[in-house]
Design a binder for this molecule. Structure first.
Ligand code: ADQ
Length: 455
């Protein structure tokens, strides 16, 4: 019989809505739920309310094991070490990472707590699959508690180059935590290579053929497994008459622009939203005779607002939106429509369907699912994707218009090219992008990762 799988992630795949638990939206959860149901799996993660202890419960055929986090844990572990140290460090130090010993102690303490919760439910030969940068010490702690388990780790964000990773005062501890896993997997080849170099430099690991590395008397597999989306879900929604109709009305509400340009992101400094606004500003300046040919919609989901760098970014972005609109708007028309909120899936897909050009310009991104969602929402093979070469998605989505987001002039010129692109070129690029997105969907990702663990 297949052994039981325990997924470990910062959050549970459910959220408390009014008076009951609901499965959280998102492709990752949808891809894993059927696998976990079939294998009588469990999911270990935080329940979402600080200071609350929740007993394990069943939901969607999965045993849900909540890990309690106090307000101090949230401050020092989540906002502190995870999002004040690791997030900026792993994203090319775009913002300066802060190093605090009390944050690190909280990271250790909380990782140990997750591992202990896993050990409670993991069979001796079972599979533990640990997700993301919040839990890099968990594989090591789980290994100590359940030595014969199969342990996998997946990093959703980039693994930085060795020169940047070296700054971390606890670099060896983090690496030791990770190499206790049997398989350590990344979004891109580049991340996998960076990680291998770090293990070699700081733990004396010896890389072997076929993506493995010998370290501490064990062989660890280092895998590349790019994450994807549930393509059919987006495709079906996008093709539905209701959404098509809503998209038409949205364009009318926006003043029937010739070209509707879209950005959709968490309001995060890694996403390059400010770069995008500068490029749109430049495009408007280049079309001074008829700027009202364009409308730019930016949907920005509030995120980590307790972290100072995120507050600064919000002020900067909103200041730019105000300045650009102030310069170009006329009664009844303004170039930028800025929505600072999370929107329901139907609305998101309506924006994807309505947009002629999708601008995805992160300064660094593990993968970027927004780029894939846009492609899946183009049933007629129209629409142009402009994609940063620093997003993991760029490794395979070569038919997008690739840009260096640090080069505002290049982004603006590329926007201009997208505006003028012939329909034949648009179609052939989109067809090729669709093939890639379809091939590397989230179900394949889950299969690839789990079969490596079961090998
Ligand atoms: P994120 O940094 O959150 O994910 P991304 O991959 O783009 O980035 O995923 C964002 C998700 O949020 C998408 O599914 C998108 O539809 C949704 N979303 C964005 N804006 C929204 C809005 N305004 N309203 C509602 N939904 C919105 C991290 C890494 C990425 C990696 C993913 C998955 O940073 O690099 O691709 O994990 O591994």
């Amino acid at each position: 019989m297949d052994s039981r799988i325990v997924v470990v992630a910062n959050r549970l795949p459910v959220r408390w809505v009014e008076d009951r638990w609901e499965t959280s939206p998102g492709g990752l959860v949808r891809a894993l739920v059927p696998i976990l149901e079939e294998r009588k799996g469990a999911w270990v993660g935080w329940g979402g309310v600080a200071g609350e202890t929740i007993e394990p419960f069943g939901h969607a055929g999965i045993e849900q094991i909540p890990v309690p986090l106090s307000t101090d844990d949230i401050d020092d572990f989540y906002f502190g070490f995870c999002n004040g140290t690791l997030w900026p460090l792993y994203h090319d130090a775009i913002a300066s990472p802060d190093f605090h010993r009390h944050w690190w102690r909280a990271y250790e303490r909380v990782n140990r707590r997750y591992a202990e919760a896993v050990a409670e439910v993991l069979d001796p030969e079972g599979i533990a699959w640990v997700q993301d940068y919040q839990l890099q010490l968990a594989p090591g702690f789980i290994r100590n508690l359940v030595p014969s388990a199969k342990i996998g780790f997946y990093l959703h964000i980039p693994w930085p180059p060795v020169e940047l990773f070296s700054r971390l005062p606890w670099r060896a501890e983090i690496l030791r935590g990770l190499v206790a896993a049997d398989v350590v997997a990344f979004q891109t080849r580049r991340s996998a290579e960076n990680f291998t170099r770090c293990v070699r430099r700081y733990l004396g690991g010896v890389p072997k053929a076929q993506g493995t590395i010998d370290v501490g008397g064990r062989t660890v597999r280092v895998q590349r497994a790019p994450i994807g989306i549930d393509v059919d879900e987006f495709r079906q929604l996008a093709a539905s008459p209701e959404i098509q109709d809503r998209a038409r009305r949205l364009r009318e509400d926006l003043g029937k622009p010739e070209k509707l340009i879209l950005g959709v992101d968490r309001l995060d400094y890694t996403k390059g939203i400010d770069v995008r606004l500068k490029a749109v500003d430049t495009l408007l300046a280049m079309s001074a005779d008829r700027p009202d040919r364009y409308a730019f919609v930016q949907v920005a989901v509030p995120t980590r607002e307790e972290v100072p760098a995120y507050k600064d970014l919000r002020e900067r972005v909103e200041g730019m939106v105000g300045r650009i609109n102030g310069e170009y708007a006329r009664p009844g028309w303004s170039p930028i429509h800025y929505l600072h909120r999370s929107i329901p899936l139907h609305d998101l897909v309506t924006y994807y369907v309505a947009a002629d050009i999708m601008l995805v310009t992160p300064l660094r991104d593990g993968m970027n699912l927004v780029a894939k969602e846009y492609v899946a929402c183009r049933p007629d093979n129209d629409g142009v994707l402009i994609l940063s070469e620093f997003a993991g998605a760029a490794e395979n989505m070569r038919s997008a218009l690739l840009v260096n987001p640090h080069d505002v002039d290049q982004v603006a010129t590329t926007l201009q090219n997208a505006v003028e692109m012939e329909p034949e070129e648009i179609e052939s690029r989109m067809r090729s992008l669709k093939k890639t997105v379809k091939r590397e969907d989230v179900y394949r990702w889950a299969r690839v990762c789990l079969s490596a663990l079961e090998a």
